[in-house]
Design a protein around this ligand. Structure first.
Ligand code: 6PG
Length: 470
């Protein structure tokens, strides 16, 4: 009997499309799901292809060439553990199980230890690109034992999106490295999405632009060096009319954001690591605030903003906002890579940041032209402490933050919230200070709690009786 190259467990949209993707690249695949109905539907869809569908786990496992490559595509959390428990008795040492869901990296590290105790090999792999990416070529972020990756590499690199710079898949590091990198990908995704939403809000409430006018402006941004997938779909969304009312559909959508958790995990983990990612963390809070709609509606009748109206040069302000966006997006990436740098040291991932930028250039949600210079920056200096200080980015930021300052100032004057933009500016301004007011903070901590402080003029640890007269 012919053995199949890749097994996929979970035939939801992502699992199904990844199986079809592998087959289209020359790797026969077997798909398993418990549901007989879903198995039948998948078999019908895969008719004529080198794909086998079954709802029998025994049949599924026996159909795969050894050592097996099994990609698990089920909802992150309990379902992954259930699948692994069910699957384990059927596997042989050396078989490789890949979790391609948005799992928490700590779960991946725990699962890897548990499976490796039985001689099995476990991979945590971030998959980005949504439904379309899964079918045509996603960005793949695998982490686990490097020797196991060598067995996966021929399949994964063919399944991944292809760019002129190679496939959007590379070995990232041991343990939970793959899911860690995916978590940061999503945190950057959250930050940029929030910047786009604030741009829309500023254009609407500061300049009074209509949705079609915003569409045209965003389209211009996207056809410049700011080109990105997220800007591209913004123009798509802004251009869509509601067939019933003829109004821009976006204006009819309830303003309550939802989330699945990866952005929140990144923010939580940043606190544990002691790394500042104010914009990426705020992007999570912005979603939380949007969810308090009833409270906001009540408050809108009580709390008042300024009555100021925009009175400047409208075209010049549009240009300033574009430059503000440029600066802020760079600063979002800077925060994400900063967290990766600290996490890599903490977890011994030995991450290659130039490679991470490279595999984000195609297939994934945050793919953007900007990743070319980011890749180059880390290639030239793998130890770069922060993207903002790389000479080319420093030059761009020193100029574009003037526009960022202007955009934030004007939006604040009018009372349009833009905290993602403001946190980018605040992060830039904090990071460039040779002296922050933490000296006063240390004095206050010492005053109320005898927490001690260091001095700039002599070594040692000091405590002062602040209330005592000298
Ligand atoms: C991707 C996306 C994908 C998913 C996010 C959405 O890279 O393809 O990030 O993983 O769309 O989980 O996250 P929220 O539901 O939290 O916005």
């Amino acid at each position: 009997m012919n053995k199949y190259h890749l097994g996929v467990i979970g035939l939801g949209v992502m699992g199904k499309n990844l199986a079809l993707n592998a087959e289209s690249k020359g790797f026969s695949s077997a798909g398993y799901t418990r549901s007989a109905e879903r198995t039948r539907a998948f078999a019908a869809e895969a008719k004529g292809k080198n794909i086998f569908a079954t709802n029998s786990l025994t049949e599924f496992v026996q159909a795969l060439e050894e050592p097996r490559r099994i990609l698990v595509m089920v909802t992150a959390g309990k379902a992954v553990d259930e699948v692994l428990t069910e699957l384990k008795p059927y596997l042989k040492p050396e078989d490789i199980v890949i979790d391609g869901g948005n799992s928490h990296y700590k779960d991946t590290e725990r699962r890897a230890k548990e499976l490796e105790a039985s001689g099995l090999r476990f991979f945590g792999m971030g998959v980005s690109g949504g439904e379309e990416g899964a079918l045509r070529g996603p960005s793949l972020m695998p982490g686990g034992h490097e020797d196991a990756y060598r067995h996966l590499e021929p399949v994964l690199t063919r399944m991944a999106a292809q760019t002129s710079d190679g496939p959007c898949c590379t070995y990232l590091g041991p343990g939970g490295a793959g899911h860690y990198v995916k978590m940061i990908h999503n945190a950057i995704e959250y930050g940029i999405l929030q910047l786009i939403c604030e741009s829309y809000d500023i254009l609407k409430n500061v300049l009074g632009l209509t949705v079609p006018q915003m569409h045209d402006l965003m389209n211009e941004w996207n056809h410049s060096d700011l080109n990105s997938y997220l800007l591209e779909i913004t123009t798509l969304v802004l251009g869509k009319k509601d067939p019933e009312t003829g109004q821009p559909l976006v204006e009819l959508i309830l303003d309550e954001a939802e989330q699945k958790g990866t952005g929140k995990w990144a923010a939580q983990d940043s606190m544990d690591l002691g790394v500042a990612i104010p914009t990426l963390a705020y992007a999570v809070e912005a979603r939380i605030l949007s969810g308090q709609r009833a409270d906001r509606l009540a408050a809108s009748a009580v709390l008042r903003g300024p009555s100021a109206k925009f009175s400047g040069d409208r075209k010049a302000f549009e240009t300033a906002l574009r430059e503000a966006y440029r600066a802020a997006v760079i600063i979002c990436y800077a925060q994400g890579f900063e967290q990766l740098r600290i996490a890599s040291a903490e977890h011994h991932y030995n991450l290659n940041y130039a490679e991470i930028a490279r595999i984000w250039k195609g297939g994934c949600i945050i793919r953007a032209k900007l990743l070319d210079p980011i890749q180059l920056a880390f290639k030239n200096n793998p130890q770069l402490p922060n993207l903002m200080v790389e000479p080319n980015f420093a030059r761009v930021l020193n100029s574009a933050t003037e526009s960022l300052r202007q955009a934030v100032r004007v939006a604040f004057e009018i009372g349009t919230p833009c905290l993602a933009y403001a946190t980018c500016l605040g992060y830039f301004d904090s990071y460039r200070q040779s002296r922050l007011p933490a000296n006063l903070l240390q004095a206050l901590r010492d005053c109320f709690g005898a927490h001690t402080y260091h001095r700039i003029d002599k070594p040692g640890v000091f405590h002062t009786e602040w209330a005592k007269t000298n």
